[in-house]
Design a protein around this ligand. Sequence first.
Ligand SMILES: Cc1cc2nc3c(=O)[nH]c(=O)nc-3n(C[C@H](O)[C@H](O)[C@H](O)COP(=O)(O)OP(=O)(O)OC[C@H]3O[C@@H](n4cnc5c(N)ncnc54)[C@H](O)[C@@H]3O)c2cc1C
Length: 298
Amino acid sequence: MKITDIFEKQVKTFSFEFFPPKTYTATIELGINIGQLMKLDPSFVSVTYGAGGSTQSASFDLVDYIQNKIGWTTMAHYTCVGASRSKIEADMDLLYEKNIRNLMLLRGDPPKGETNFVHNPEGFNNGSDLVAHISQQKRFCIGAGAYPEGHVESPDLATDLHFVKKKVEAGADFLVTQMFFDNAFYFQYVNQLRQMGVNCRIIPGLIPITNFGQIKRFAELSAAKIPEATIERLAPYQKDEKKMYQIGVDLAIQQCEDLLRNGAPGIHFYTLNKSTATVDIFESLPKTLKDIYTVTYH
Ligand SMILES: Cc1cc2nc3c(=O)[nH]c(=O)nc-3n(C[C@H](O)[C@H](O)[C@H](O)COP(=O)(O)OP(=O)(O)OC[C@H]3O[C@@H](n4cnc5c(N)ncnc54)[C@H](O)[C@@H]3O)c2cc1C
């Protein structure tokens, strides 16, 4: 099923993101965590595509497993990294044969240690060109990335907004945001895109801070600012895993409640292949906010 068909029925969607596990143990853990998350009945799930295309076959295998063995609607992430047009065609055919109808199309990041993105000479240089190419086929529902605090490489937010709009004009059906910790960035960003005539769903991506060091690193890489008040609340508990987890989950619950009460069209959870925090957050949200059939979004 296409995610746009799910949008027809659900005013809000709750989705989970996974990455392909790298070890045998991690694979078993992911299986257990997917089992835990099944009870939450997600609207759809997504599987990342490794930096540099490194985990492509593992990514496609996981996509295939979740879509066809578990039966969840699955969105395959796909990037321009190392991809020529002929490789893209072959990969799209492969995914289509595996019943995949939803893609998250991205430029991808430069390889580790490099600062500039160098595209395949026979491929594409940015997300919108990849979206334009694949949307012509009209076979897939297409999601694209959005950056409420601006993409790290953008000179300013206005430039970034211009290129995000271009992705939607090129055929992206909806946007999923990079993580952020201050909802003001999200609401401002959505308002700006609405004023520019972008009307698709802009689903906020959420990552709970349950491991301060790890999330701080992610935030630095993506230019997402962690509010001072959040740092002050979490910093004293860096060696107290239990307390850190509880505060991180409480903060994420507050963040979700505020997003949903103020019109966000659902939440995309960056699960980091774990289930506990997502289950705790989702189960703590008031029932009315989780009702996927009512409430209008902006
Ligand atoms: C929801 C989500 C999921 C992700 N999943 C993955 C994943 O699975 N695998 C992975 O490797 N990475 C993933 N990423 C990270 C993503 O690949 C990086 O953030 C990447 O740097 C940007 O990709 P993009 O398609 O969003 O960017 P683009 O839209 O291509 O933009 C990248 C930069 O180029 C600029 N730009 C865009 N178009 C043009 C143009 N025509 N001319 C000049 N400049 C332009 C933009 O302003 C921006 O600074 C994900 C990001 C998000 C938000």
